[in-house]
Each structure stands twice: as C-alpha cells, then as structure tokens.
Design a protein around this ligand. Structure first.
Ligand code: SF4
Length: 423
C-alpha cells in the first residue's frame, strides 16, 4: 500500500516539474511516507527524518502517512519536522511543500482517523517495474484486531470506484505490466462500505474482459471473505493466480479470540479444504504471530499442528512485538527468549512445508514470469510461477518481463527451484 502511494506521490511531483533524487542527496523537500506497524518502524521514521534535516538544515522535511495518522502529537513534537500530513490528502503534499518553499506558514492539521470518509483517488502513471504492479482497490479496516495499529492509521473501509480500478489496470497492462496485484488494507472488505459484499467478485469478473491482462494475484485476504464466486473465478479463469495468502495468525481458538480475529480454527480449516477441492494446485500461504500474550506451550503446539495439517506452502513467521496504542500492548507480555524459541521452531516447520510443496511440482512444466533483475549469486534469470514458486533459469536478457514455459528440474533450497526453459 505504502509503495503504491509513494509512487503515486512521486508522479505528482514529476508532473509538476520536480526531479526525484536519492534520499542521501541534497533536495528542496524530503518526504518520509511513514510506516507505523511496529514501534521499530516508527523509530526508523523519526531517525531518517532527523538525519535528513541535520544534513541539510535548509531543506523542508515532512513526515506523512500511517505513523502521523496514528500518533499525530508524537510526530508533531519532532523538532526537525517542518510539516506533517496524515493518511488522506496525499495529493495535497505537493501544495503544502510549495507553500512552505514560498515562505508561507502552514497548518499541521491531521484529521481524526474516524473522519477519513472518502477514498482518495491516486493514480500510478510511471512504472518503476513493468513485471508487476500493485493496484490499490480499498483503504482502511474496521476489524480492530487487538495487536494491530492499522485501523487507527488508515481509518475505516473506503472502496475505490470499480471503473477507476479497471481503467488503471487496463492502462498498466497496455504499458506492458504482466502481473497485477490487487491490494488493500483489508482487501476482502472491498465494497462493504457501500453495502456490497460481492464487490470483489464483481470486480474480478470485469477484469476477465480485459484481453491484454495476463495475470492477477490477490494480496492478503481473510478466509472468511472468500465467497463461492471468487473460488470459481480462480478455478476457471487462467488469469487469476492459484495462490491465496490467508492469514491464520494462530492455531489456537483461545489466542484467536484474544486477537479479535473473526474465525475459529475449524472455520479456517473448512475454508482451506473447500478451496483445495475447487482449485487444483492451489498455493495457500499465511502469516502466523507467535508469542502473543497468553501463548503457552499448549497453544503453540496447537499452532504447529494446525500449520502442518493445513499444509501451507509458506508461513511468514512474525514474533509478536507489542505495538503501543493497541489493546494487546496492555496485556501481560511473554518473555522475549520464549518468543524467539517459538519463532525458530515454526520457521523450521515452514522450511519443511516449503520443500514439500515444491516437490509436488518437480518434473512439471509451468509458466514463469521472468523478473527484471537477475539472481545476485548465480546471475541466472529469476521468475515466479502463478502459484508463487521462485524459479531460476538460464537465458538471455530479452526474456525479462516475459512469460515463458519452464520445466521445473530440481529444488535448490526451500526458496528456489532450478528450471529449464522449454519455450
Ligand atoms: S484485519 Fe488486518 S489490518 Fe485489519 S486490524 Fe486485523 S490485522 Fe489489522
């Protein structure tokens, strides 16, 4: 989300005649589009903004985005900052910067997160990468999981107009982008602010009409929000990647409840079983938070068992770290060493699961989208299959950003498969 918005703001400045320079070089204006998901992200934001001001005291330094929105007073108190803006009005950053450059005094107003009512239309015009592009379809979240600061940083669900999304995707595909990732703060809530629980399915259906569009991937989505229509579209339409990232977070119902997650383990297993029945070769990846307050040997064992039983093709392991301002930060925290130990155990299980999933495809021919950058250590071309297996192949540069057929020959490690181009 932040990458998408940063690129859109860059476009606005370029359109007005500005030149983008590296953050370490001298500039008139420095803009830090902040992340606030962890305390550490906020600390880094403060550090990088201060560093810019110390190095170039005459320049304007701004912090915008999630951190400012969730903790406006904390950010305003940073002496080195010239102006702040919240999560909305990113299109107005240019106006504020120009007012400051002209010597005018500006107000540092950040709306309350509950007041963010309109979806802010931003558009990606220039592409830093033509292999794939994130396209934002929704902003905000109403779920308030007890560990998560995002609803306070992004505000309530606001959906982007379907026509604007389709128009942008059509243009990006015509510009040569091969893979589109539909992105949102809470993707599955798309349309819920307008009372339309089938909006994502309808959008996906409309995308099947775009002839030039090759691949569409959904970013993280709650299992509870995948309806029959989405399942059928992924199963039947080749453009939709058979890959879903469904955040499980814990395999213990006790912990899921404390996290304020909207499902039980049984619900989750039912959804994944149905998905696997309908969509052959589906890759299901997930996020798991380990060491959440209240985690015990028993709840962690339930998570390990659930992860193995569901058979994810990849598990992103997040050692829990308390985020100030969330209800979970007020709960009794676990010892840090225990959290590390649990993370290590789950990472080992993940390695084995990734290798198991790879094995299913060794010997098969799959379509691979070749990336623009070669693998650093082997200098081979790299690419991803539709079910998100990373493949290394030998081949010329002109295959970059092309979809090629590859025979998957052998597993190099849990993250890489060696393949051979067949056509
Ligand atoms: S659904 Fe996702 S974004 Fe929303 S509160 Fe929960 S973890 Fe955060």
């Amino acid at each position: 989300m932040n990458q998408y918005e940063t690129e859109a703001v860059i476009d606005i400045f370029i359109d007005s005649g500005y030149q983008i320079v590296d953050f370490s070089e001298k500039a008139d204006v420095y803009i830090v589009n902040s992340c606030t998901v962890t305390n550490e992200a906020a600390r880094k934001t403060r550090q990088i903004a201060r560093r810019a001001k110390r190095k170039f005291p005459d320049s304007i330094v701004a912090i915008v985005g999630c951190y400012t929105q969730a903790f406006p007073d904390e950010v305003r108190d940073i002496e080195e900052i010239d102006f702040v803006m919240g999560s909305n009005n990113k299109a107005k950053i240019l106006n504020k910067a120009e007012e400051m450059l002209a010597g005018k005094a500006i107000t540092n107003d950040v709306k309350e997160y509950q007041e963010l009512k309109e979806y802010e239309e931003l558009e990606l015009k220039r592409l830093s990468n033509t292999t794939r592009a994130n396209v934002k379809i929704e902003d905000g979240c109403n779920q308030f999981c007890s560990y998560c600061i995002i609803p306070y940083a992004r505000g309530p669900v606001r959906s982007r107009k379907k026509e604007d999304i389709v128009k942008e995707i059509k243009r990006l595909s015509q510009q040569g982008v091969k893979e589109i990732i539909l992105t949102g703060t809470h993707l599955g809530a798309y349309g819920s602010d307008r009372g339309n629980s089938r909006a994502l399915t309808q959008l996906m259906k409309d995308l099947t009409e775009l002839e030039e569009l090759k691949r569409v991937r959904l970013s993280s989505i709650e299992g509870t929000e995948i309806d029959q229509g989405i399942m059928e579209l992924i199963a039947e339409e080749e453009m939709f990647c058979p890959h879903l990232h469904l955040p499980l977070q814990s395999g213990s119902n006790k912990i899921l409840k404390a996290m304020n997650r909207p499902y039980t383990l049984e619900d989750f297993k039912e959804t994944t079983a149905e998905l696997r029945k309908k969509i052959p070769n589906l890759a299901i990846t997930t996020d798991v938070i380990v060491g959440f307050p209240g985690e015990t040997e028993a709840t962690f064992a339930e998570t390990l068992a659930a992860v193995k039983e569901i058979g994810f093709s990849k598990v992103h392991v997040f050692p829990y770290s308390a985020r100030e301002g969330t209800p979970a930060a007020e709960m009794k925290q676990l010892n840090g060493n225990l959290v590390k130990e649990y993370s290590k155990k789950l990472r080992l299980v993940n390695e084995a699961l990734m290798l198991d999933y790879q094995k299913e495809f060794i010997g098969q021919e799959k379509e691979v989208l070749i990336e623009e950058v070669r693998d650093h250590s082997t200098d081979l071309l790299t690419g991803y299959t539709d079910n998100y297996l990373k493949v290394l192949v030998d081949g010329p540069d002109n295959l970059k950003n092309e979809l090629v057929k590859v025979k998957l020959e052998k597993s190099i490690d849990s993250y890489h498969i060696k393949g051979k181009i067949t056509k």
